[in-house]
Structures are given as structure tokens and as C-alpha cells.
Design a protein around this ligand. Sequence first.
Ligand SMILES: Cc1cc2nc3c(=O)[nH]c(=O)nc-3n(C[C@H](O)[C@H](O)[C@H](O)COP(=O)(O)OP(=O)(O)OC[C@H]3O[C@@H](n4cnc5c(N)ncnc54)[C@H](O)[C@@H]3O)c2cc1C
Length: 384
Amino acid sequence: MEFAWSDDEQKYRAALRDYVAENIMPGWNHDDRELHDPRLKPVVKEFCRKFGESGWLTPHWPREYGGLDSSAWERTVVGEEMWAAGEPRGPQYMNVNWIAPAIMLAGTPEQKKRFLTPISEGGVVWCQGFSEPDAGSDLAALKTKAVRDGDQYIVSGQKIWTSYAHDAEYCFLLVRTNSEVEFHKGISILLAPMNLPGIVVRNIPTPFVDHAIHEVFFDEVRVPADCLLGEENEGWGIIRHTLTEERVGIARYAYQEQALMEAIDDCAIIGRDVSDPGLQEAIGYGFAFFEAARSMMYVATQERIDDPTGLRPMASVWRAIGPGLAEMLLRELLMEVMGPEGLVDNSMADRETELGTVGPIAAGALEVQLNIVARYCLKLPKDS
Ligand SMILES: Cc1cc2nc3c(=O)[nH]c(=O)nc-3n(C[C@H](O)[C@H](O)[C@H](O)COP(=O)(O)OP(=O)(O)OC[C@H]3O[C@@H](n4cnc5c(N)ncnc54)[C@H](O)[C@@H]3O)c2cc1C
């Protein structure tokens, strides 16, 4: 078996890397993808517009939707190069990787025309309205209610931890349309414009950047019924697919390797000796771990190729290792490599200590991923 990238894939990566180096905002930083500064939204849109024109934004989409039908491995290369560069697509990695595919899967022809083109042109920001104060890991317990009234749904309730909500034009919104049936059966998806009267977005203060996460309140918001994705009450099947795509979608190891490299380079500037054998061992362990995370992502990618609509538990194995355990390791390693300098405000170690805490929580808590691994990979009983 040949594990190395083919010549064509290596050329593809080199061309992409050159493109990003030429087009990324000077000084772009991994945290900037949260759009914490109002000046960043136009930067992201402009990057994505040009990226789309150059064929890099949606190469993995089918040709009928304007993509290039590129392989799953070329898609992986794009994800890795984006994360190594600090994700200059900003929130639009979500649009192209799992929001648009959900619309392709279940959207009407009108919805495809209305929503897919702006996404492929890089001109729109979406957010995901999934989690609620009492529905995070137990997502199916969500309570935000939508009642059909003629050609509209009246939506009332609250979402929480919503990334990008302050800048989003649309929300991929999960609502309860039937409370009389078992949890999973009464959920629907609305592709809701964020400028409708009755929607209020509030920043949740964090120790790191502003506008990383938000609360979103819906007070009798009238959402046009043609925003319903798929059948009413049948949203859960689409959501499960979307969550699995989200879990495989982020090549964090590419960022983790880059961050560790940068910290080692910084040691020369701060006069810290990295030749200490103990430190070398820790650094070697870190790179080996990130490579292991990369391998698990490739296993999850192969699983997606083999069984695109299946349960795909390897996505949870990858998710637990990559964003979960590797993120925690990176924080410890950066502190060890940088020593006391790591405590300096806004140093790489300081930023990662703050931001990296969310890796094992966002997109599904580590423990919940481990439960899926226990149940579906190890075949352990549900309650033990
Ligand atoms: C930075 C960040 C960005 C986010 N962005 C978004 C977003 O854009 N849109 C969105 O909808 N949500 C978003 N989230 C929310 C995220 O999906 C939830 O935080 C996550 O699913 C966990 O839910 P919770 O916070 O309600 O925690 P809970 O579900 O209450 O869990 C609390 C703790 O209990 C543990 N736990 C819960 N259930 C189990 C179980 N069955 N077995 C073992 N342990 C369990 C968990 O592991 C966790 O440690 C974001 C979160 C973060 C941190």
C-alpha cells in the first residue's frame, strides 16, 4: 500500500500554498477567523470571493453545483493548508463543508439556487443554531419552537454558544415543530435569514477574543416556510449527517504542528535552549501525536469515501484524538517549550491556553465522542 501523497497531490498542495501566501491578509492570525474585529468580515469575504474565482473554495462540490468534483484527498489537502495558515476562510469553512452539502442533500431546487451560489461565491456568512442552554450534548432535547402559520413559521426560543452569529446573514437553525412525539422525531431545520425582526444576538464575554460565542434569542420571529430544509419533523437524519461532516471537517493537526514549530522558532528569539533532552523528548512526542491525529483523520476520510451516508464512528475517534486530546497536549507542550515566557500575555502558549480549552468541547464534548467510540467501535453496552 502506498501512503505517500501522489505527485499530482503534492503539486496541488504546492500551488494552493503559494496562492494562500500571496492572498492572505498580512499578519492574519488563527484567532481572526472568529471575526472579533468588524474589519475582518470584509477581509474574509474578499479572500473567499477570490478563492472561489480561482476554484479553491468549492473544488470538492459536484460539477452540477459549480464544483470541480475533486477527490476527497484533494479536499483534505485544502483543509490542511487552510488550518496551517490559520483558516483564512473564516467561518466559511462551515458553509462549504457541511451547510452547503446539507442543502445539496435535502434542499428544493429553489433553495439550491438561492443558497448555494452565494456560498460558492464566498459572499455570505452562516452560523449554526444548534445548542441551547439545556440541549448541548443532548442536542435532540432542543426546545426552540416553530409553529406553522400559513406560509411562515413563528419561531420562539434561545440558542447559545453560537459562533459567528454577530456577523451571519443566515442561520442553519434547528427547531422543534412537534413536542408530542419522541425527541428525535419532532425536529426541523430552517435556513433562517438573521435580519428578521425578533432576532437578538448577544456576545458572551470570554477570557480570549470578543464575539467568539453568542446567545441568540428568537421572539416570535416569522421565518418564511420556504426556508424549511427537507420535510417538517424529519430534520434529525440531516443533522446527524451534518454533525459527522463537521467532525471530519477540521484539520486541526495542521494548525497544531504549525503552532509548535512557531513556538520552537520563537525560542531562538527569547534565548531558550530547546536542545535539552527532556524537552526534545516532549517535542518529539508532540509531533508524533499530531501525526497520529493526522492518520486518524485519514482513516475517517476513507470511511467517508466508503460509506458517505452511514453512521461513520471513525469520525468520533478522529474528533476525540485531534481536536480533543491533541489540543490539550499542545497547550501543555507550548508552556513547556516556552517556559516562563509562555505566561506573557498574548504569547502563543497564552493564546492556546485560552483558545485551546474549547477544542474538546465545541462540535461535541470529548466525553460524548468517547461514548460513541465505546458504543459503535468497541461495541460496549450503552449503560455500564
Ligand atoms: C468555542 C465554542 C463554539 C461553539 N460554537 C457553536 C455553534 O456555532 N453552534 C452551536 O450550536 N453550538 C456551538 N457550541 C456548543 C457546543 O456544541 C456545545 O458546547 C457542546 O456540544 C457541549 O454541550 P454543552 O456545552 O451544553 O455541555 P453539556 O452537554 O452540558 O456537557 C457538560 C459536560 O458534561 C459532559 N457530558 C454531557 N453528556 C454526557 C454523556 N452522555 N456522557 C458523558 N459525559 C457527558 C460533557 O462531556 C461536558 O464535559 C460551541 C461551543 C464552544 C465551546
